[in-house]
Design a protein around this ligand. Sequence first.
Ligand code: ATP
Ligand code: MG
Ligand code: MG
Ligand code: MG
Length: 461
Amino acid sequence: NYMTSAEIRQAFLDYFNQQGHEVVASSPLIPGNDPTLLFTNAGMVQFKDVFLGSDKRAYSRATSSQRCVRAGGKHNDLENVGYTARHHTFFEMLGNFSFGDYFKREAIKFAWEFLTQRLGLPEERLWVTVHYTDDEAEKIWKEEMGVNPERFSKLDEDNFWAMGDTGPCGPCTEIFFDHGPDVAGGPPGSPDEDGDRYIEIWNLVFMQYNRSADGTMEPLAAPSIDTGMGLERVAAVMQGVHSNYEIDLFQNLLKATASVLGLDSLDSKSLRVIADHIRSCSFLITDGVLPSNEGRGYVLRRIMRRAIRHGNKLGANEPFFHKLVAPLVNEMGEAYPELAKMQAQVERILLKEEQQFAKTLDHGMQLLTQAIAELDGKVIPGETVFRLYDTYGFPVDLTADVAREHELSLDMDGFEQAMEAQRERARASGQFSVDYNDQIKLDGSTAFTGYDRLEDRAEVV
Ligand code: ATP
Ligand code: MG
Ligand code: MG
Ligand code: MG
């Protein structure tokens, strides 16, 4: 029962449409209704206000295939890309939503029916989890759906979903696919659950609360349903492969990347990173993000520079990244006409960033390689990290990415100190008017903003 990604997307929307759901188009990656959210990270984002009751729609059931980016904020998978079989910075989330209409029973019934009937997945390959307090969902799964208690677990944090630190949230139930004993990893809730054998495919969230900044949770007026299933993960299941990177779409992108770089083999972590990053970068630009040194633009720049560095590692000595837009449009332009329309512009912006970063990438890599060679211990000094950042335009996470390949870490305290010393010097000389305290928090790592000198330096080095 092989299905292409496009066929799965259509089957999903058709199925829920037949169950009375309005088919709603994907919203852009910049959330239109929420300045606190970095990027659209789930299908529910465009319906956030409907869940909260402050927005009304003509329908109470909806279904969508939503483009998502998880590269900062509460949901950040940037560091997972290339290391797990299942994470992307950009992916498509299939979802069905109930706005005060059906609740747990129907949501579970729809999901189980779609997977076992419509997609024909064998029940023995599926594993179900619920929140440990949710006896109601447990009962529906075991007594009404007949799920085997041996493939069932009750969890805590993993079964409570929230869009961000504030906003709609609630307990959830998740469905995993067992890729079989050839893959390392234990079932959800077991000590070795971090392996990739049991891969989470679908999350059904029982939206019940609105969390405020102080952490208090107010019940929603109308309990609702929000589900999300990763298209690439289901495609892997339906195409009989383990890794998302083995599905139709990614095989074509990997081939295109290898061909542009003149490589024979498709088996490389760097190739997977590049194939992943061309999607997030192209769609972010399509949706209006431009590379810059702050906020969303800095996240885009970080992803671009990581991709460029990985290309460089594979031997690229001229701009290559922008050449992958055309193959991407081939794969996704039909489902996303806005991407096809923006192709030339996306290529231009990527090329410009490649040319600009090329001026410092080689020198920066030389500095870093030498620092690593001379290293006594496992930690790259903060001074080096700062110099790479300040002089060579290496976002800290890029340096960390290189360090990780050598099983090294960064002295972040030393980096902060070097940064502070820089601020002091700037203050003392009255040289800069920019506010160095103007920072954005991106999931633990701090990106410094209000700082335009990367460009200036890039020109002079
Ligand atoms: P995981 O535990 O594997 O990181 P998650 O629990 O963070 O996934 P959810 O927030 O529940 O994911 O999102 C709903 C669904 O979206 C997941 O069940 C999965 O199918 C898909 N998904 C989530 N993150 C990614 C990603 N980075 N790349 C591809 N698909 C993803
Ligand atoms: Mg996750
Ligand atoms: Mg999870
Ligand atoms: Mg989940």
